[in-house]
Design a protein around this ligand. Structure first.
Ligand SMILES: Cc1ncc(COP(=O)(O)O)c(C=O)c1O
Length: 389
């Protein structure tokens, strides 16, 4: 039986998969079972930030897997401690919690916001405001936090205590605010919601409200974080530091990780027994994530990401069929005038380029390490397919 048939027969059909079996890859290039070559502008939905099988990353992962593959969080190990120290030093946060996914990181952030308020003000201050069109994960609680009606079906009852304000609408934000609110959670760039960046004045207002009312500001940087937008954290574009920031996707370089970072105000909210995760902070995953951060620490690396994104954005903006190029850095959304994003995606795959979609837009999340040659070739295919599809 073929890989595709095996998958269709035995795995729940929750994903709209493309009919490509990816077998191996290096850099931003991969190959399917027939040896067909693709340039990958999707990076496993923003996870393989250093591309396929980056040498330093693969070496660190393989070395660690032969030393200790897992311990449990009842003991200590060096890769976890090293990654935690590095993350805190690079981001300026005080402490963190390790999980395995973006949803898990956001669950932790929600717990911190609620317990911070509970500890200080008692019961009743539990509401989290999130934004319309947001996406925060697939667990029942993170679905509840997601501000899209399409996700609020079937699985009733959902977790209570979430309210949705329109992005960039300060008046609506104030309307949703009352004395029960303990957190405001945002994505600086709504990824799944269509690659839409927030406006500066809206972010400023959230920070101001949170400071004035002792509400925790939570930045879901699961997709925007770890260099994706050309800064380590997308909040840097806005000169904004949330009280809690969540990371996942690109941090692991392709292995599962989720992190919830907390500032000094709420670093000790979760004490002994308040939270846990069997695999969270696994040594192999942490050893790889250290290499991702070491890559981002190199001088000019993030400027290089911005330069590559400038090239991509300029080429795309020049196309007659392109209505708008949205997002920040290497998190790119493309709104088309007439054509359908899904048709362009199919044409790209047929011509050796992997891309993503978000709502009715084409979405690009190329590896941060993509070479000039791969970038130019991929951009040429994409522009040609937008023209032809
Ligand atoms: C902003 C954001 N938050 C949370 C998630 C959920 O992450 P995960 O699928 O790792 O649980 C995603 C995934 O796309 C995301 O983009």
């Amino acid at each position: 039986m073929s890989t595709i048939e095996q998958t269709k027969q035995h795995i729940m059909s929750t994903y709209g998969r493309n009919e490509v079996v990816i077998v191996n890859g290096h850099g931003a290039t991969c190959y399917d079972a027939e040896g067909k070559k693709y340039i990958d502008f999707g990076s496993g939905i923003g996870t393989t930030s250093l591309g396929y099988c980056n040498d330093a990353w693969a070496e660190a992962v393989c070395t660690q897997v032969k030393k200790v593959q897992h311990t449990s969080n009842l003991f200590y190990h060096q890769p976890q401690a090293e990654l935690a120290e590095k993350l805190c030093a690079m981001t300026g946060y005080s402490k963190l919690f390790f999980g395995n996914s973006g949803a898990e990181a956001n669950e932790c952030a929600i717990k911190i916001a609620r317990k911070y308020s509970f500890d200080k003000y008692g019961k009743g201050r539990h509401t989290i405001i999130t934004l319309v069109n947001s996406f925060h994960g697939r667990t029942i609680t993170t679905l509840s936090a997601t501000g899209q009606d399409v996700f609020h079906n079937y699985f009733f009852p959902f977790t209570e205590g979430f309210r949705f304000a329109e992005a960039n609408n300060i008046a609506d934000l104030y309307e949703k605010l009352d004395d029960t609110v303990c957190g405001i959670m945002i994505e600086y760039v709504q990824g799944e919601g269509g690659v839409m960046a927030l406006q500066q004045d809206f972010v400023d207002e959230i920070r101001k409200i949170c400071n004035e009312k002792d509400i925790l500001m939570i930045a879901d940087e699961v997709q925007t974080g770890v260099g994706r937008t050309g800064k380590l954290l997308a909040g840097e574009h806005y000169h904004c530091k949330a009280d809690v920031t969540t990371l996942a996707k690109g941090l692991g370089g392709g292995l599962p990780i989720g992190v919830c970072l907390a500032n000094e105000k709420c670093a000790d909210v979760l004490g002994l027994g308040a939270h846990g995760s069997t695999f969270g902070g696994n040594p192999v995953v942490c050893a790889g994530a250290v290499k991702v951060l070491e890559f981002l620490e190199q001088p000019d690396m993030l400027d290089g990401v911005l330069e590559k994104s400038k090239y991509l954005r300029e080429k795309l903006s020049a196309l007659e069929e392109v209505q708008e190029v949205s997002g920040l850095g290497m998190m790119v959304g493309i709104a088309l005038k007439q054509k359908k994003a899904a048709d362009v995606l199919k044409a790209c795959i047929a011509n050796g380029l992997l891309v993503l979609t978000a709502k009715d837009r084409i979405r690009l999340l190329p590896p941060l390490t993509i070479s000039k040659e791969e970038l130019e070739t991929g951009t040429e295919i994409l522009c040609r397919m937008i023209h032809q599809a």
